[in-house]
Design a binder for this molecule. Structure first.
Ligand SMILES: [Zn+2]
Ligand SMILES: [Zn+2]
Length: 193
């Protein structure tokens, strides 16, 4: 899948998307996937960033199908498991972007503090473009530490019984309900007691 198709889906080209593009392609290569969208593939992503959109599109591992698993560790680590033969690959990003100029560092600080002047935003977008190009030009070795974990893939998504919330009457998966004096209630209702 070409980068511009992914950019169209995601809405913009950014360093995160470029990284996800490289992660997914590296995983496809490492696992020797003949077709990129492999039903047997499971991805575990350790952050929620723009990278995840590229990974979903290229590998076919999606949040909706349940073969994209999100672990909120704040790490740029991506692990792919192929259920069929137990092959797995773990990619830990180790890429160091090209150094920032002092004016770019200052612009980022102002941007984070809410400064959206054209002077600041143009420096920030120039910096993002520079990072994106560096990611796309780097070798896999520069981008990732690649390892082959031997642990089994995460267990498959379970099917849970559906119950009716005692307050709003909407259906909800049982493990997500809370018990309160009104009965079994959904999370939003439990927070409005
Ligand atoms: Zn993005
Ligand atoms: Zn409810």
């Amino acid at each position: 899948m070409e980068l511009d198709e992914i950019v169209r889906f995601h809405g913009h080209l950014c360093p995160g998307l470029a990284l996800g593009f490289r992660v997914a392609n590296c995983a496809v290569k490492e696992l020797g996937l003949s077709r990129s969208a492999d039903e047997e593939l499971v991805a575990v992503v350790e952050n929620k960033s723009c990278a995840v959109d590229a990974i979903q599109m290229i590998t076919g591992c999606t949040a909706g199908k349940g073969n994209l698993i999100f672990r909120d560790y704040g790490k740029q680590v991506y692990t792919f498991f192929r259920r069929g033969d137990g092959q797995a690959v773990r990619l830990a990003v180790r890429f160091i972007p090209p150094p920032e100029s002092p004016e770019e560092t200052a612009a980022w600080a102002r941007y984070r503090a809410g400064d959206e002047s054209s002077e600041v935003t143009s420096l920030v977008s120039r910096r993002k473009g520079e990072k994106t190009r560096a990611i796309l030009a780097a070798s896999d070795e520069e981008l990732f530490t690649v390892s082959r974990p031997s642990e089994p893939p995460p267990s498959e998504a379970q099917i849970h019984p559906t119950v009716t919330c005692a307050v709003c009457g909407e259906m909800v998966m049982e493990p997500k309900t809370r018990r309160d004096p009104r009965g079994l209630v959904c999370i939003p209702c439990s927070q409005k007691s």
